[in-house]
Design a binder for this molecule. Structure first.
Ligand code: ZN
Length: 203
């Protein structure tokens, strides 16, 4: 039987997220669901789920400065930059079920641009966490605002949520749309309209 002092020691050595073993808890969940965690097909499932969950939440351990890694360039360019159809996969924080879709990101530079490939990586950094779509959209916009300091940022996010599609309301075809408009995208209708036209333009 653990003594009081043992308990105190356990508290001190609580492992960090990277070291904590999730697998035993998954085994317990399987048993609680009425499954046999010892049957062949499930034997290694707890370890697989552990690994999958770590990947799906790896955004917590990403650092925006490392992602950018010097990919900020000073240039005389003040036209809108748009990166369309960035696929993302995230997990809703209410049910820990996936939601996924596309994000469209735009900004109007003020003599500084970012390497185009970095924008999807910023999206991944926030998507690979427990999220709600509204916050994901806002965090991507705010991060781009903070690192590039442009005249404005616009982000539109279209997503479908497994927690709506698979359970409860079961609306398989319903999607949710969110947007975040900062600076010029908020204040100037023309800038916002240009962005929306570019996003809706097919091909
Ligand atoms: Zn949900």
């Amino acid at each position: 039987m653990p003594t009081k002092s043992n308990k105190a020691i356990v508290k001190v050595i609580v492992p960090k997220a990277e070291e904590a073993n999730i697998a035993p808890h998954i085994r317990e969940i399987l048993a609680n669901l009425g499954e046999d965690p010892e049957r062949d097909g499930l034997l290694r499932t707890p370890e697989r789920v552990d690994k999958a969950l770590r990947f799906l939440t790896s955004g917590y351990r990403m650092d925006v400065r490392k992602i950018l890694n010097g990919a900020l360039y000073e240039v005389k360019y003040d036209e809108m930059v748009v990166v369309k159809d960035i696929e993302f996969f995230s997990m809703c924080e209410h049910h820990m079920l996936p939601f996924f879709g596309k994000m469209h990101v735009a900004y109007v530079p003020k003599n500084r641009v970012i390497g185009l490939s970095k924008i999807p990586r910023i999206v991944d950094m926030y998507a690979r966490r427990l999220q709600i779509q509204e916050r994901l959209t806002q965090e991507v916009a705010q991060t781009i605002q903070d690192v590039i300091e442009p005249l404005g940022v616009g982000v539109i996010c279209q997503a479908r949520h497994f927690c709506m599609m698979m359970r409860g309301v079961e609306k398989q075809h319903s999607g949710a749309m969110t947007s975040a408009m900062l600076g010029a995208f908020r204040n100037h209708k023309e800038t916002r309209d240009e962005f929306l036209a570019l996003v809706n333009h097919k091909g």
